[in-house]
Design a binder for this molecule. Sequence first.
Ligand code: ADP
Ligand code: 5GP
Length: 186
Amino acid sequence: MIVLSGPSGAGKSTILRRLLETYPDRLRLSVSATTRSPRSGEVDGVDYYFLTSTEFARRREAGEFLECFEVFGRGHWYGTLLAEVTPSRNAGKTVVLDIDVDGAARVLSRFADVLTIFLRPSSMEELERRLRARGTETEEAIQRRLEVARRELERAHQYQFQVVNDTVEHAVDQISEILTKQGIVK
Ligand code: ADP
Ligand code: 5GP
């Protein structure tokens, strides 16, 4: 299992998309569930399982989550479904989890064999620029994400590897090198 964390807007989805295209036989993305609304272009079951708060709570009570968390407060829940990480579903592939630092800590407390990578923006200014350029969040949500980003960056040292997303190519190359050294991809 691989856990990739990093502030919202750091480029996790962008980098993961590239890695999954490069290593389709070796890697599989764990699709998380969330109660936030889909962004334009996001597809249910591909980017997330978009659930109502009631459905999310029902699944939580039924014990269907490996971990779940109200990532930015304000009532938006995110969670990794146990079904996404079962070996039968993944047929020899390494599962990649794009989750926040609290979720990562919970996964580490339950599984021993986890590779952890933290994706950093080149600076807070660049992070803010990317979040704005993505154009998917309200001003309040951007401020909230920047606030959470500062706290997440303070916990980056808990990860085995830190990669700076200066350019997409460079970050993808660095992560590919880590995965190759770990024997996850060839
Ligand atoms: P995350 O999944 O971490 O929230 P995204 O992958 O959605 O972040 O990236 C946030 C925004 O920044 C997107 O608009 C994306 O196209 C852009 N982006 C990602 N990586 C880079 C990069 N290296 N240089 C410039 N823009 C980037
Ligand atoms: P976004 O709303 O930008 O897609 O994601 C926001 C944050 O939620 C990111 O930091 C992402 O890593 C985190 N996240 C996404 N899915 C999960 C999950 O299943 N569990 C946890 N704990 N965090 C998640």
